[in-house]
Design a protein around this ligand. Structure first.
Ligand SMILES: *Cc1c(COP(=O)(O)O)cnc(C)c1O
Length: 350
């Protein structure tokens, strides 16, 4: 078992921080007259109750998510997208100009950007050519100032799962926090790490409503971790980080998780179809195994194909300039009509 010390991992100023205390977080009794928050007591023109500040801790929403995910609400943090959680994790644990984090490129770009914004050093350990983690190399670059290791599984943009055994070794031997980004786990042929969350005090799992749940425009992301870590994130987040309209809409959508299961099946079927079709093109050199809602392909000339698709009104992601991704494109699985249009367009390529 990892004997890491969570208390000393937290930045000293954050540990000592007296958080902002909002009117709605100080008041937790029952009242019918609210004269404590300088809102407009006459109402709002929206016809909804938007003249009141929202619940700063999103208790009702977390209760629903807790039932859905089968973990206590006290182990859930909600952010304005998981991007907010990424930023808060770096700010909670990394002293600017002193501490460092470990990333495994090619991977999701926000870890790097959030670290750069916070002036936190990045130590990069390239994935292997099979897009797996070189655990030995990772542990070699860890020092006393390494606070976070970011693992993305299924990985963006390479679409593959990271091996459980490697994640386990890092969780067991790293005395900092392992952030496991499971944004695409709903599309994977493997269970989430969520059911093991409470076995690992240094594990933070990120999930989002932006992908399978179809709510990218709403901005809700989840961080799930020990109560200690969740309390720190709550302490430093902007007090009302999830708006009332967002909380309400998300509650409605959570009632429709049947629909989400249906969508996932549709997306998986479309993904299989797309992989089969892409396989027939001579200019497609390799289709990587995918556990996400996108396919990652190596083609003859990614820049040329990318430009051609843009000319035909189809946007994909050109990843050719990323490490190990020469001539690779990331293609989101679309609707059946969109995917057919893509294939038809590719039929006329060159
Ligand atoms: C899309 C994505 C997210 C989601 O970010 P949100 O801010 O929740 O929309 C997180 N991580 C990865 C790897 C992603 O690709």
């Amino acid at each position: 078992m990892n004997d890491f010390e969570i208390n000393t991992l937290v930045r000293e100023n954050i540990r000592k921080l007296l958080p902002y205390s909002s009117a709605r977080s100080e008041f937790n009794g029952k009242a019918s007259v609210f004269l404590d928050a300088n809102e407009n007591s006459f109402g709002s023109e929206s016809g909804q109750n938007y003249h009141r500040y929202p619940d700063p801790l999103q208790k009702e929403l977390k209760q629903k998510i807790s039932l859905l995910k089968q973990i206590p609400a006290s182990n859930i943090f909600l952010g304005n997208g998981s991007d907010e959680a990424i930023d808060l994790l770096i700010r909670a644990f990394c002293v600017p100009g002193k501490d460092n984090i470990i990333l495994f490129p090619p991977t999701y770009g926000m870890y790097q950007v959030a670290a750069n914004i916070n002036d936190v050093e990045i130590r990069e350990v390239s994935l292997t050519p099979e897009f797996q983690i070189d655990v030995e190399a990772a542990l070699k670059v860890v020092d006393n100032n390494t606070k976070l290791i970011f693992i993305c599984s299924p990985n963006n943009p390479t679409a593959n799962l990271i091996k459980d055994t490697d994640i386990k070794i890092l969780l067991d031997s790293f005395k900092g926090i392992v952030v496991l980004d499971e944004a695409y786990i709903d599309f994977a042929a493997k269970e989430s790490w969520l059911n093991k969350l409470l076995q690992f005090p240094n594990l933070v799992i990120l999930q989002t409503f932006s992908k399978a749940w179809g709510l990218a425009g709403l901005r809700i992301g989840m961080a799930m971790a020990s109560e200690f870590i969740i309390n720190i994130l709550n302490k430093i987040k902007p007090p009302y980080n999830i708006g009332e309209a967002t909380q309400k809409l998300a509650l409605d959508v959570l009632e429709k998780d049947e629909k989400v299961r249906e969508w996932i099946q549709l997306i998986l079927a479309q993904r299989a179809w797309l992989v089969d079709e892409l396989d027939q093109f001579g200019f497609v050199k390799k289709i990587y195994k995918t556990d996400a809602n996108f396919v990652f392909v190596k083609v003859e000339d990614a820049n040329k194909l990318y430009e051609y698709l843009i000319q035909n009104g189809i946007a994909v992601r050109n990843r050719t300039n990323m490490l190990l991704c020469e001539n690779c494109l990331r293609i989101t699985v679309g609707t059946s009509i969109e995917n057919q249009l893509l294939v038809k367009t590719l039929n006329n390529y060159r």
